[in-house]
Design a protein around this ligand. Sequence first.
Ligand code: UFG
Length: 339
Amino acid sequence: MNILVTGGAGYIGSHTVVALSEAGFIPVIVDDFSNSDKGVLEGLEQILGYKPICYAENCNNADVMRRILKEHAIGGAIHFAAFKAVGESMEEPLKYYRNNLGSLLALLQTMLECGVPNLIFSSSATVYGQPDELPVKEDAFLPPSMSVYGNTKQIGEEILRDTAAAGKSIKAISLRYFNPVGALPSALIGELPRGVPNNLVPFIAQTAAGLRPLLTIYGNNYDTPDGTCLRDYIHIMDLAEAHVEALKFLLNKSSGTFYDVFNVGTGRANSVLEIIRTFEEVSGVTLNCRLGERRLGDAAAVYADASKIEQHLGWRARRSMREGLTDSWRWQQRLSNRL
Ligand code: UFG
């Protein structure tokens, strides 16, 4: 079956293309390469043994989406294509609302028109803000988002929920990702952050590789065991496989309307210091770190209750945080050697 993967050249998208292919699906990528690299397609070709179908298009274009859905007899879609820089989203809100919500609306509308019922939406643990109870469950209260980016994820979920509630022929799942790390163990694909990475593990990897002089730890006076923030770091291939399980679940459901939301995390919490220490162990590199101020908008602790997805979709994370960091380091070394 052909599965549309919007944003399929991005970090999570490209790894999901591999997981889909391993499960016997044929991925059809749509990616405008605004935040991804065409080189990813070469990596995918080596892994898959064939060149994946890829359209260099923006998903906001409903005519294009309609044509692709029909031409490839698409059976389901996984929608990754979105901007994701929290800071930029606060400076350019319209850019984020137009792109992140416009693409979802165009995709959903054309899927309904073309009779393609199965949709997986990339949401984020950012919708929880700082949860009152940990580990956080899917039915937790969602506070107003701290960022425009986060708001596009909350609104995206609402669009799907309301469309299903209206009885439209759509079966949809929102997956709330926690913190993805790692790469395919072969290091043929991985994360390609543009400019200075925002996220912890790519920053650590670049510091270890000598590309950044100094890693700043954003605060050690949080109410956590070692004072640094706690997060739920999930291996990118576990996350990719969660999409496949969600898709299979939708395909097995009789036609009609369905909507639900699942956390995709490990249920384990690791501090910034634990991540730094483990990365030093797996890489053998001592990181040059300094303690800095808290970063604006950071929650002290966010980690998943991952029981719902295991119960309903039969998925749980199988790889460790250490494996994730080992694979991130292997990928960084491959990138550095290429430079
Ligand atoms: N951190 C540092 N130094 C760095 C980078 C990060 O100490 O150089 C710390 C952060 O303060 C935080 C932890 O590492 O405590 C994790 O930070 P990340 O930026 O890697 O991850 P976040 O949990 O902040 O980000 C996640 C998702 C984003 C999403 C964001 C919304 O990865 O996609 O939540 O808040 F936008």
